[in-house]
Design a protein around this ligand. Structure first.
Ligand SMILES: [Zn+2]
Length: 282
């Protein structure tokens, strides 16, 4: 019964996918999880091929879930986003989405960790109560444009209008300042990155792509994510809070992170130094 419900939900989640499309690999910083999974053959790491158990029994083996939370990193600029070995930052894009986002929030609470939510402006506008709940629960707020276009396909002016509209909508819905930004499909370019920085937001790149936008089982997503992470050793993990499979596999992923000694750091947007603000405003 549970499995059937899971299958139906996964199919629905697949239909709702908005971030699917080209598997983003630009910039050369993104680990290809599919390549990493079979080839994560790092002989020095005995756990490189271990599947992630996706059963309540496995989740229950975590005695002290609160030990998973790591430090808070004060991020004034991209340079501050330096993760140490075995540190990860969880990021959820494309929401908020009813039922999925709340479920993810409950799991994060249960494990005592904070994440960063890169909200799509029109989603935040459509679901302001959930957007506020994310902020109230102490998670970090970022934006992800207003309509989730590929900004590389727009004119520069149209692209910055999208970014600004998204930021305003997310800020209005969450009643918080928006200090982080992620490019839809990770489709950036140099001039847009510079503009975002001048506008006072820090671009969040990705080192570990869960590829949870593919219609795989929750267990497959968790295993793929862990394999990519094991190959990388640390990193910002890309997830989406619009998919049932992501919400379903999150307890298993967090349990496995804890079991392998990872720490989930939280990101706090620190104000840049005043002289920097002044020089960037021109
Ligand atoms: Zn997205």
């Amino acid at each position: 019964m549970f499995l059937r419900a899971l299958c139906v939900a996964s199919t629905l989640a697949c239909l709702l996918t908005s971030c699917a499309g080209r598997p983003a690999t630009e910039g050369g910083t993104l680990v290809s999880a599919f390549a990493a999974a079979p080839a994560a053959a790092n002989p020095g790491r005995a756990d490189a091929h271990d599947p992630v158990p996706l059963t309540p029994v496995a989740w229950g083996r975590l005695n002290n879930p609160n030990g998973l939370a790591g430090r808070t990193i004060e991020v004034a600029s991209l340079d501050d986003l330096k993760l140490r070995e075995k540190e990860v930052a969880l990021t959820f894009d494309d929401g908020p989405m009813p039922k999925k986002t709340e479920k993810i929030l409950a799991t994060l609470d249960q494990y005592g960790v904070k994440a960063t939510f890169l909200m799509v402006g029109e989603m935040a506008k459509a679901h302001p109560d959930i957007a506020k709940l994310v902020a109230r629960n102490g998670h970090t707020i970022g934006s992800h444009t207003y309509r989730h276009p590929n900004l590389r396909t727009l004119s520069f002016q149209a692209a910055i209008a999208e970014i600004e509209e998204g930021r305003r909508a997310v800020s209005a819905a969450t009643e918080q300042e928006v200090g982080f930004f992620r490019f839809p499909y990770l489709a950036d370019n140099k001039s847009l990155r510079s503009w975002v920085a001048r506008d006072g937001m820090v671009v969040l790149d990705v080192q570990v792509d869960s590829k949870d936008y593919f219609a795989d089982s929750p267990a497959a997503v968790a295993t793929r994510t862990m394999n990519a992470l094991r190959a990388h050793g640390r990193g910002i993990i890309l997830l989406h809070d619009i998919h049932h499979r992501t919400a379903a596999m999150l307890p298993a992923l967090l349990t496995q992170l804890k079991a392998e000694g990872y720490k989930v750091v939280s990101l706090h947007r620190a104000k840049p130094a005043p002289f920097l603000t002044a020089s960037l405003s021109h």
